[in-house]
Design a protein around this ligand. Structure first.
Ligand code: NAP
Length: 274
């Protein structure tokens, strides 16, 4: 199995719909041993069945990434239970509601700082603080979205955070490459998760993507999970600093056609008039 002998920590499982859960499942299926981190005690009980499912009841730790001391405590717990680890999954983002609707220029500094702290800086801090326990050839993975590259309605503040996260991935990849440690991101297509429901009109984004992506459907957490597992495994040993799209091909479309012809092929919604 591809992940046999690998040990890693997954941050960002809120429930069984979370992208992080898809990645953890795929890694476990390929033989990895998993530890999971949850934000606070309120979630400990809710996540217990998931910890059971991933066979990590004994490696189930609290870590709110906005609290530096909890990241240090996470490292010590991982060191105690695992010694070294081979991978980190950072599948975490947060922006106050006011940053995910309305006029972008009205975002407050407070909302901006919170979103950047939790969604971006946490990756830097995790990489730095967990580095002492990362094995040679370890792999770090984070999650991005196309709204960090191009305008997406209502994604607003999170779009700016994802742009920063993608560059953070590249700068960390350069920093850590000398130690054989890789850092990559998956830019996932839209998926109905808890975090996504915070974005206004998200169901329209889902419909739009499914209609205009070359594969004509939205991606699943299983698909993102398998691609994530590949990036965490030695199969991708030559890949670092990469933003890997798992979006049904949506990002390649410069001019989405909006209707299908009688054979189900994309056709311009244009009646031929000039
Ligand atoms: P999700 O299930 O809601 O996961 C987001 C996770 O972030 C939750 O587990 C949340 O914990 C955690 N989190 C927030 N603040 C935290 C903090 N201070 N400390 C620790 N954990 C914290 O949603 P998801 O869609 O799977 O999101 C995972 C990642 O994928 C995010 O980076 C998201 O931007 C990215 N992504 C999502 C989509 C999509 O369409 N769903 C597409 C592309 C990329 P609580 O829920 O317990 O607060």
């Amino acid at each position: 199995m591809v992940m046999e002998g690998k040990k890693g920590v997954v941050l960002g499982i809120a429930n069984k719909k979370s992208i992080a859960y898809g990645i953890a499942k795929a890694c476990k299926k390929q033989g990895a041993q998993i530890a999971i981190a949850y934000i606070n005690d309120r979630f400990a009980q809710k996540l217990a069945p998931i910890a059971d499912d991933l066979e990590c009841k004994d490696r189930f730790y609290p870590c709110d990434v906005s609290k530096p001391e909890e990241i240090v405590a996470l490292r010590e717990l991982l060191k105690k239970d695992f010694g070294e680890i081979d991978f980190i999954v950072h599948s975490i983002a947060f922006a106050p509601k006011e940053g995910l609707a309305g006029r972008f220029m009205d975002i407050t500094k407070e909302a901006f700082d919170i979103a950047m702290d939790i969604s971006v800086y946490s990756l830097i801090e995790l990489a730095r603080e967990l580095k002492p326990i990362l094995s040679k050839n370890a792999s770090v993975l984070t999650l991005s979205y196309y709204g960090g590259v191009k305008y997406i309605p209502n994604y607003n503040l999170m779009g700016v955070a994802k742009a920063a996260l993608e560059m953070t991935t590249k700068y960390l990849a350069e920093d850590l490459g000398v130690d054989g440690i890789r850092v990559n991101a998956i830019s996932a297509g839209p998926i109905k998760t808890l975090a996504a429901t915070g974005i206004d009109d998200f169901s329209f984004v889902l419909k739009w993507n499914a209609a205009h992506a070359p594969l004509k459907q939205n991606v699943t957490i299983e698909q993102v999970g398998n691609s994530g597992m590949y990036l965490l495994s030695d199969l991708s040993s030559g890949v670092t600093g990469e933003i890997h799209y798992v979006d049904g091909g949506y990002n390649i479309m410069g001019m989405p056609a909006t209707i299908e012809d009688e054979n189900g092929r994309s056709k311009l919604a244009w009646n031929g008039e000039s």
